[in-house]
Design a binder for this molecule. Structure first.
Ligand code: FE2
Length: 383
């Protein structure tokens, strides 16, 4: 392991120690991401077919749950929970009505969920769920939770005494339909969009309440095109496994993509989930074949790619064919690509990322990426 100061050029990957992060909240990784959706059964089929997720667990009427149904899907270290209410009224329907399909819970895996709750609420976090022990024949878990931006929450999951499939109350989900995985490995980062003037509020929240270190800043000069702009800061926990960039809109000639998100999500929320692969060409070509739509990258992006990023292992013609973006920093390069929104509103999307030494977030691609998003905004009439 390597110790790195905040001001230094830090790099990512697991178990990089960020010295400025505090250690009162040790996080082992992302435990699961839960979305409240309009039809969990059909969403589950989409994530299996298009993204290669595997059936893992289920809770609903058949397991004694009366008010909701949840499908849990897994691909390597990534777990998605898709939940739909079964009754009218209540917070889940309010969430759906206001936001459409979207992320409610970013659950973090901890050794001690009680201590995680105590340390964060003591530092000012608003409690969402007091430490709660849940058990079944496979052992017990303790979960607790706090609010973060918008109506999004973090749930701390302590599961070292649990041997079951997912959580108590869930049964194993056996399905005859099991499309193969597409090579998605783990969540690299998850981005939150917050309203005008709110970025620093939430950066301070992650610093003070959760002990995260700020590792990157992009201002509106870094992230702008002729028309639109945004600002972003990246927060990381001490071991680098949890990285949360926070975006806010910035003034431009036309409407910021962050403002478009806020308009449609009706407030702050998770903008994108970046998932890592070891073979982006294979992953992206499989996902395209299975119906996933990616942002369009103009052919001209590739004209000066070699001069910009130098030698890469991949064939540029193949990269170009799949519309994959490339960027280089001091320590290596990365390949990335963004889906179009995967929900009906122009809100949440996925990023597919392959890191080959690079720790950064693809700053060199921002212009091409934003022009692609502006193109989509133009078609939607929201630019
Ligand atoms: Fe990203």
């Amino acid at each position: 392991m390597e110790t790195i100061k905040k001001k230094d050029n830090v790099r990512y990957g697991t178990d990089k120690i960020f010295e400025d992060a505090e250690d009162f909240l040790p996080l082992l990784g992302t435990d699961y991401v839960e979305l409240i959706v309009g039809n969990a059964k059909q969403s589950a089929l989409f994530y299996k077919t298009a993204f290669g997720f595997q059936s893992l667990a289920y809770a609903g009427l058949e397991t004694g749950v009366k008010d909701r149904v949840s499908y849990v899907l897994q691909q390597d270290k990534i777990r998605l929970v898709l939940t739909t209410p079964l009754e009218p009224g209540g917070w889940m329907n309010e969430h759906l009505d206001k936001h459409g399909d979207g992320v409610k819970v970013v659950a973090l895996w901890v050794e001690d969920a009680t201590k995680a709750w105590e340390e964060t609420t003591k530092r000012g976090a608003k409690s969402y769920m007091e430490p709660t022990r849940e058990e079944d024949d496979n052992g017990f878990v303790v979960r607790s939770g706090i609010y973060t931006y918008g109506e999004t929450v973090h749930i701390f999951v302590e599961r070292n005494e649990y041997k079951g499939t997912f959580l108590p109350g869930f049964k194993k989900w056996e399905s005859h339909y099991n499309p193969s995985e597409v090579g998605l490995k783990y969540i690299d980062h998850m981005v939150g969009n917050v309203d005008w003037g709110q970025m620093n509020t939430w950066v301070d929240f992650y610093a003070k309440v959760m002990g995260f270190a700020q590792i990157v800043t992009f201002d509106d000069k870094d992230i702008s095109t002729e028309y639109t702009a945004l600002m972003s800061k990246v927060m990381s926990n001490g071991n680098g496994r949890i990285k949360f960039p926070i975006n806010e809109p910035a003034e431009g000639k036309k409407k910021s993509q962050i403002e478009e998100y806020i308009d449609f999500y009706k407030g702050a929320g998770v903008q994108h989930i970046a998932v890592a692969t070891d073979d982006i060409v294979d992953t992206v070509s499989q996902m395209r074949d299975r119906g996933v739509e990616f942002l369009y990258v103009p052919d001209s992006y590739y004209d000066d790619l070699k001069e910009r990023v130098g030698d890469i292992d991949e064939d540029i013609e193949v990269i170009k064919k799949h519309g994959i973006l490339v960027d280089r920093d001091d320590e290596g390069y990365l390949l990335q690509l963004f889906t179009k929104p995967v929900v009906d509103r122009p809100t949440m999307f996925f990023e597919i990322i392959q890191r080959k030494g690079a720790w950064s977030f693809g700053k060199g691609n921002f212009k091409a990426l934003f022009e692609a998003i502006e193109h989509e905004q133009g078609i939607r009439g929201t630019l």
